[in-house]
Design a protein around this ligand. Structure first.
Ligand code: PRP
Ligand code: URA
Length: 209
């Protein structure tokens, strides 16, 4: 089964507390999603393989380490996943960015696919799939399957707020995928919203409603 990593860092917990607040407006919400994503990127990339290197300093030669191995790709699930992209790129600016368009049908709660553009060498990349919300898990599971169908082999899923049900569904359908979440809430309501959650992440990011 994939690893589930919940972030107990005080900065992340503090910022999550503010974005949950109904009184936090779109500008601050966007800034905080960006900041939390950067803080999480630090941990999500912790196991990147290093290679030996050597650099010429002003005083001599230094034996150093640089990131080696496979190249990275990040893939936001549209639309709310877009809010996490810049925060990730702050730390891994060379990563390629793919996009998957999925929206959750409000009646069936099932994900509907409407867009896909991925790096052409996706099968050679380590991928981090981004979506702030993991609720029923339908969108994340579909997004992961989408990437696997196109040859991706090494996928991590990163979200801000996860439900227990969503984590269990990913673990069941994609046990090879590690999950990274800032916070876990136990419940979903009848509309598939995380309770207490933070509301509709896409609407709060983009000021729609
Ligand atoms: C939200 C969210 C996830 C999905 C989570 O997207 O960003 O993609 O719902 O729910 P699930 O785990 O039950 O599938 P939404 O469908 O509202 O689209 P949006 O990002 O365009 O707002
Ligand atoms: N999508 C959201 O944006 N919020 C939820 O609570 C569930 C799905």
């Amino acid at each position: 089964m994939g690893k589930v990593m919940i972030f107990d860092h005080p900065l992340i917990q503090h910022k999550m507390s503010i974005i949950r607040d109904i009184n936090t407006g779109a500008k601050e919400f966007r800034e905080l999603v960006n900041e939390i994503s950067t803080l999480m990127a630090y941990e999500v990339t912790r196991d990147l393989p290093l290679e030996d290197a050597e650099v010429e300093t002003p005083v001599g030669k230094a034996k150093t380490k640089v990131i080696g191995g496979k190249k990275l790709g990040i893939v936001p699930i549209l639309r709310a996943g877009l809010g996490m992209v810049d925060g990730m790129l702050n730390l891994i600016p060379a990563a390629k960015v793919g996009h998957i368009g999925l929206y959750r049908d409000p009646e069936t709660l099932k994900p509907v696919e409407y867009y896909c553009k991925l790096p052409s060498d996706i099968e050679e990349r380590d991928l981090i799939l981004l979506d702030p919300m993991l609720a029923t898990g339908g969108s994340a599971v579909a997004g992961i399957q989408f990437l696997k169908d196109r040859g991706a082999k090494n996928i991590k899923f990163m979200c801000l707020l996860a439900s227990r049900v969503g984590i269990d569904l990913i673990n069941k359908d994609h046990p090879d995928v590690d999950i990274y979440a800032a916070v876990v809430d136990e419940k979903l309501n009848d509309h598939g919203y995380i309770v207490p959650g933070l509301g509709d992440a896409g609407d709060r990011l983009f000021g729609t409603k």
